[in-house]
Design a protein around this ligand. Structure first.
Ligand SMILES: Nc1ncnc2c1ncn2[C@@H]1O[C@H](COP(=O)(O)OP(=O)(O)O)[C@@H](O)[C@H]1O
Ligand SMILES: O=C(CO)[C@@H](O)[C@H](O)COP(=O)(O)O
Length: 471
């Protein structure tokens, strides 16, 4: 049996799967936690990768490996390949002002937003790498000056797997490059001028590989695939095709659609990313998803199973209680300093069940807004998949079709990002025109009577939040 490995270096943890390259059968797996916080030293990802690989039985017997990872994180390397400072993650909002400055510099307002969309398919918000570079240049000029290369979390780990062989050996893929703000999914080219606009000077950036091209080998001789961003990897793991929308409830809430053409949304809601197959992946991401459920479970002093049971025991709409889930500020809509809020409290709805229901519905309303934004940009929606840690909640699975007003498909609990990376690794081995087909069984369909009044109530509450800058 030929084995391949896939990695998901996500916000909260690192997961590794080892699969049969031909059939996709799971052979071994491992995981390790990442530190909390929105600023993390890449050494921590490397240690977690080592631990997860060890738990998964090592890579000695795998023929190829690929890394999927959280998108956008700013990893700066000096000339010798040393990390300049801890990485700023996708959910670090300190560069919100820098995002505004970058829009201003390309014309400001509508013109500035359109100029960015025309250049790189997205409007800068604090999540995107280019804004983090500008924050670095403005606030830590010495660190910016020492930065000789810039890469993303998955690029860094792929390079480490290859033995960190010099800055020119860095490589990436279309999917993750498209989330930097200095690479265009539409043209397939870097915009060095925009990188310089962020960082203040030129720097080495990873070579963008074709979807099934190898970027190097591990010391044990396994081919290393291009890897990709976690959302493109999830789409690959699900074998998503045009007409499919993937909703992911991880640390981020994501609605993404496989598309044949790049997106260009000057409102900034939809980012015009590329996918890992040569297509495109228009995507809406929020900063608040599974951790909203974590927070409500903590408030109520219950575990996830009980939170789910409580939510399902309350009426649809939670008696008018609406939770706006901007606990971490928000990216879509672009409100980096906003806070969460609970609206419509009555004595009768001040119960754990109503609170639990409001948390699940609030989270789902945020995702439903994301799905609407994709549709407004022309996404075709034939099938909707629900994945990520939050999809393990029965309440989420059962209430999603009611809030979204559409049926959803829930694949069996699994690591779809790591699986997508493993499938990419298998593709690198075959070098065929398409990724290998791996059968997956056990997908469940959920449907429910639509509850549009839940979204109407949420829409009334959505903008009623107070701002509080993050420290
Ligand atoms: N049964 C469950 N119900 C709700 N949330 C869950 C459940 N199991 C795990 N989670 C949450 O899912 C999140 C992890 O999901 P994951 O997709 O791995 O996130 P990430 O990829 O961002 O690290 C955590 O916040 C965790 O608490
Ligand atoms: O910023 C984005 C997408 O644009 C996030 O989706 C990150 O890629 C983090 O993903 P998770 O850790 O939540 O899976």
């Amino acid at each position: 049996m030929t084995l391949v490995a896939g990695v998901d270096s996500s916000t909260q943890s690192c997961k590794v799967v080892v699969r049969d390259a031909e059939t996709g059968t799971l052979v071994r797996e491992g995981r390790a936690a990442h530190p909390d916080g929105t600023e993390v030293h890449p050494d921590a990802w490397e240690s977690a990768l080592d631990a997860a690989v060890a738990e998964a039985g090592g890579l000695d017997d795998v023929a190829a490996v690929a890394v999927g990872g959280q998108q956008h994180g700013m990893v700066c390397l000096d000339e010798s390949g040393k990390v300049v400072r801890p990485a700023l993650l996708w959910n670090d909002t300190r560069s919100a002002g820098a995002a505004g400055d970058l829009i201003e510099e390309l014309g400001g307002g509508e013109a500035g937003r359109q100029a960015w969309v025309d250049a790189v398919g997205l409007v800068p918000v604090a999540s995107f790498t280019v804004t983090k570079l500008r924050w670095l240049a403005d606030n830590e000029p010495d660190n910016a000056g020492r930065t000789a290369a810039v890469c993303l979390p998955h690029d860094y780990l792929s390079w480490k797997l290859a033995g960190s062989p010099g800055l020119d050996a860095l490589f990436t893929d279309r999917g993750d490059a498209s989330g930097t703000g200095y690479w265009s999914a539409a043209t397939g080219e870097y915009r060095t001028d925009l990188l310089v606009r962020g960082l203040g000077h030129e720097a080495v950036v990873p070579r963008v590989l074709a979807p099934a091209e190898s970027g190097g080998t591990t010391p044990g001789g396994a081919l290393i695939g291009p890897g990709t961003g976690d959302n493109a990897a999830a789409a690959l793991g699900l074998a998503a095709r045009p007409g499919d929308v993937v909703l992911s409830i991880g640390t981020s809430g994501v609605a993404s659609a496989v598309a044949e053409v790049p997106a260009a949304d000057a409102s900034g809601a939809v980012a015009g990313f590329a996918d890992a197959t040569g297509r495109f992946l228009p995507l809406v991401a929020t900063l608040n998803a599974a951790r909203v459920l974590d927070a409500m479970a903590r408030i109520l002093g219950v575990d996830h199973a009980e939170l789910s049971r409580l939510a399902l025991s309350a009426p649809a709409g939670a008696g008018g209680l609406a939770l706006v889930p901007y606990f971490e500020g928000e990216r879509t809509p672009d409100k980096p300093d906003s806070t969460g809020a609970l609206h419509g409290m009555r004595l009768s709805t001040s119960t754990p069940a109503h609170l639990a229901r409001a948390a699940v519905e609030g989270l789902l309303c945020g995702l439903a807004d994301g799905l609407d934004a994709l549709v407004a940009q022309g996404a075709r929606v034939e099938r909707v998949f629900l994945v990520g840690g939050g999809a393990r909640s029965e309440a989420v699975r059962r209430l999603a079709p009611a809030v979204l007003g559409r049926p959803v498909l829930v694949p069996p609990p699994g690591e779809y990002v790591a699986d997508g990376a493993a499938r990419q690794a298998a593709w690198v081995l075959t070098g065929a025109a398409e990724a290998p087909t791996w059968e997956r069984e056990g997908t469940e369909a959920y449907d429910a009577e639509p509850t549009p009044f839940v979204r109407e109530r949420y829409a009334e509450a959505r903008d009623l939040t107070v701002a509080q800058p993050q420290v």
